[in-house]
Design a protein around this ligand. Structure first.
Ligand code: JHZ
Length: 395
């Protein structure tokens, strides 16, 4: 029986975080076909075509986790929980980005791994110990030799970006202390399917994990999940608390609950994925018709939050600079650049949405609450947002 089943084709796509300079917009961009697969044996959902880490995560990486209050709050709250319940002496973060998580801890206790040197530098400037390298067994051995074992390893939105998962966990096993805790946080496949957020798939998200698939990988490395928190972060993420199998920590009810929910939804069945594919196709049609309607009203349409996710949506639905005037984004490294593939100018967010804007396409829909709170004035004045999840609509 064929193990890997291709269930969704999101068309020709550029690299999601590869924003273009003005000089690049007339040049041919590198594109690939974004096809999503389900492995019937391991239950792992992955993208078919992958790129090297060097190509995706280098010293031009634009993403900063500090750009959202929601993320900052979430990291702060987790740090509080860690200090109270685990009280680790040594903490390692894999994919520390600009230090939004680490900054909640004593500098002497932490090490951050961040291969994107431009982002790593930001945390280093704040006097944190950071290493601009990719996570692998060589690095893990060096860390162990220099700093000893770690009793807490945390990684948010990073493990799903590394192709060789066996190497990831082999490396973790080298550094994690015998009684250590591993906390992983990544988008939830169950929520992605339920909310029709097909934009969770792009070149950086090599995997979108379910509990079932992650459990299978961890078991191979003598690790197991003992607690799961369902978070609203990034449109529905899971925070997995993981221990070595040999350690006698009680497996909490949240694990059983997640298992039950995923089985009930059919996350282990290929039919579930073909149903999702149908919903994605109809989502595309609906979104295109919404944009056509908005355009017919002769009002300006802009984008809000030039996310990696929106690269998938815009390229899949072929919505480009003919439809969206410009994007607003708070990230300096994205401003005055153009969205990959669709070439929509990204402008600096200066605190207000201009009066002439009729519709705002919410690229950063995962921060809807935070953004709606900020944009009360625009909403009060009758401004409308276009959102694609769970179904495309104008709100
Ligand atoms: P955001 C990135 O994905 C890439 P993206 C990566 N692969 C990943 O997994 C996730 O992050 C975690 C802007 N913004 O977080 C800032 C505003 O302008 O959804 C960001 O550019 N105003 C590592 O890019 C973007 O939106 C605001 O008020 O899909 C949000 O990007 C807010 C809240 C955000 O991740």
């Amino acid at each position: 029986m064929k193990k890997k089943i291709e269930f969704l084709d999101l068309g020709q796509q550029p690299l999601a975080n590869y924003y273009l300079d003005k000089s690049q917009i007339n040049k041919i961009e590198r594109k690939y076909r974004l096809i999503i697969c389900f492995d019937n044996q391991s239950k792992l959902v992955s993208i078919k075509k992958t790129f090297s880490s060097k190509m995706m995560f280098n010293n031009k990486y634009p993403y900063r986790s500090s750009m959202s209050q929601t993320m900052q709050k979430s990291f702060k709250e987790l740090a509080r929980q860690i200090k109270k319940k685990i009280n680790p002496k040594r903490i390692l973060e894999i994919g520390s980005n600009d230090g939004s998580f680490l900054k909640n801890f004593n500098k002497k206790k932490t090490i951050g791994i961040e291969p994107c040197a431009n982002v790593e530098r930001i945390t280093k400037k704040k006097k944190f110990n950071t290493i601009p390298k990719y996570w692998n067994t060589k690095l893990a051995r060096n860390i162990l030799k220099k700093h000893g074992s770690m009793d807490l390893i945390y990684s948010a939105n990073t493990i799903s970006h590394i192709k060789d998962l066996n190497d990831v966990f082999k490396s973790i096993n080298i550094v994690l202390s015998t009684s250590g805790t591993l906390i992983l946080e990544d988008p939830s496949l169950l929520e992605c399917l339920k909310r029709n957020t097909y934009d969770q798939f792009y070149n950086e998200h090599i995997y979108v994990f379910s509990y079932l698939s992650l459990k299978n990988i961890l078991r191979k490395h003598n690790l197991e999940i003992y607690k799961i928190e369902n978070l609203d972060i990034h449109g529905g993420s899971n925070r997995y608390f993981i221990k070595r199998i040999i350690n006698n920590i009680k497996i909490e009810i949240s694990v059983k609950r997640q298992n039950k929910e995923e089985i009930k939804y059919g996350i282990d069945k290929k039919a579930t994925y073909f149903k999702f594919q149908k919903r994605v196709e109809s989502s595309k049609k609906k979104l295109i018709s919404i944009f056509k309607y908005c355009k017919s009203k002769n009002k300006k349409i802009i984008g809000y939050g030039a996310t990696a996710k929106s690269t998938t949506i815009l390229n899949y639905c072929k919505i480009n600079n003919q439809t969206i005037d410009y994007f607003l984004d708070t990230t300096k490294d994205k401003q005055n650049k153009y969205t990959p593939g669709t070439k929509i100018k990204i402008e600096e967010y200066k605190g207000v949405i201009k009066n002439d804007v009729g519709y705002v396409f919410l690229g950063a829909w995962n921060f809807k609450k935070e953004i709606f709170k900020k944009e009360k004035k625009y909403i009060k004045a009758g401004g409308k947002f276009i959102i694609h999840t769970p179904f495309p609509k104008i709100i």
